[in-house]
Design a protein around this ligand. Structure first.
Ligand code: AMP
Length: 398
């Protein structure tokens, strides 16, 4: 495996797998959120500034085989040109004659974008022959699509084998990997993970993994009520997974055995309806009246969590503390975000990883005040769970 910082790209064509799976306006087909395009720019610039040329390959949505226009990457080529500040050529069909001629004749500094790789079903089936054809677009392969690194597709994984000596991670993937490794293999202490969100069932693997590495594990969000009920608490109509009561008990026991400070909320904001207009009250998490449900953590929990987070050196946050989408139930999530920002200001390393905490930190406009905000979604979760992602493995292996 090569390193993007030291590799000599001069006069080489870099085939870069990016994640340009961006939302488009349904009528105008214009890009409505270009976060993913912006995230790929440093890697593209790195190659062209180093004397190379670039062939970009990506998927967009889940097209059927009839190649609907709304899934065409031709819709975004002008936007990419604008963000990059360089004219990007559109190469058409990713294994078409026109595209191969274009990539063959690319001059240093030039950038082209191929058509949606998922127009071919061989992409998702990871067909080797198709990947081999794709590989002819480049002299070197750079994978910078972390969001699809958990898929063993032709352009994310299989293609790497045709570049045994010339494959590497792009700057975006590198940032994601370095950040997670920093959390999971930290020598600095204390390490605190805040795991919230809706259900224990979707976070159980990550929680079990974290019990081996963290000093503090704060449980929040809908999950907290399953933990409370497992200890004999009365949780009213709160979100509870009765099938997971034993799992919650086991986690509590394991945390004790492993010397992890497992923090379960002590109080909660309850509502008589799942609505921002519901009647609200604040109670002990174990004493929720029938007909009421916990939708956020209470004041004491916020104070306790803030204290733990402020005193941490390494922080991972995955999942909100409450139903932060509704203004009356966002305070707990906001207080976690504020505490993380404060800790980061005092030299802690903070990683915001996983869908809804990323949405939350963006909503509070605090994303530039934490160390790293992951764009990886499902891939980030799987990496945190300790799974070997095919796209990562394909670059690392000899
Ligand atoms: P996840 O995707 O598992 O991280 O879950 C995120 C979702 O959990 C968000 O949409 C929150 O609104 C929801 N959530 C957080 N706390 C609660 C709660 N107490 N009850 C129901 N849903 C919650």
């Amino acid at each position: 495996m090569q390193n993007i910082h030291t590799y000599d790209f001069s006069n080489k064509r870099a085939l870069i797998r990016v994640d340009f799976n961006v939302p488009l306006n349904k009528e105008t087909l214009a890009v409505t959120d270009d976060t993913r395009i912006r995230a790929a720019i440093p890697t593209i610039k790195k190659v062209i500034e180093n004397g190379g040329s670039v062939v970009l390959i990506s998927h967009l949505g889940r097209p059927s085989m009839d190649r609907e226009l709304r899934f065409s990457l031709s819709n975004i080529v002008d936007h990419v040109s604008k963000v990059l500040g360089t004219n990007v050529k559109f190469g058409g069909d990713c294994i078409g004659k026109e595209g191969f001629e274009m990539s063959e004749n690319l001059k240093p500094g030039e950038v082209m974008l191929l058509e949606n790789v998922r127009y071919y079903k061989q992409e998702t089936t990871g067909t080797e022959e198709f990947a081999k054809q794709l590989s002819q677009h480049g002299d070197v392969f750079v994978n910078d699509a972390f969001g699809t690194a958990h898929r063993a597709h032709a352009s994310t994984t299989v293609v790497a084998k045709f570049f045994p000596n010339d494959k590497m991670f792009g700057l975006l993937i590198e940032g994601e990997i370095v950040s997670v490794d920093k959390v999971l293999n930290s020598k600095e202490k204390p390490v605190t993970a805040i795991v919230g969100g809706a259900k224990v069932s979707s976070k159980i693997t990550i929680i079990e993994r974290l019990l081996d590495t963290v000093d503090n594990l704060i449980v929040g969000g809908g999950m907290a009520y399953t933990f409370a009920k497992s200890q004999g608490g009365k949780v009213g109509n709160s979100l509870v997974e009765d099938d997971y009561l034993d799992v919650a008990k086991k986690i509590i026991t394991e945390a004790k055995l492993k010397g992890v400070n497992l923090y379960i909320p002590v109080d909660t904001i309850i509502a008589d309806d799942f609505s921002n207009d519901a009647n609200i009250s604040e109670v002990d998490i174990n004493k929720i009246p029938d007909g009421w449900m916990g939708l956020d953590v209470g004041k004491q929990t916020m104070l306790d969590c803030t204290e733990i987070i402020k005193n941490s050196k390494i922080i991972l946050w995955n999942g909100p503390m409450g139903v932060f989408e509704m203004s009356n139930f966002q305070a707990g999530t906001k207080s976690v975000a504020d505490a993380i920002v404060e800790a980061t200001g005092n030299n802690a390393f903070s990683l915001i990883g996983g869908g809804d905490s990323v949405a939350a930190i963006n909503k509070f406009n605090l994303s530039d005040k934490v160390s790293y905000v992951s764009t990886g979604g499902g891939a980030m979760l799987e990496y945190l769970e300790g799974k070997e992602l095919p796209g990562i493995k394909a670059i690392k292996e000899a």
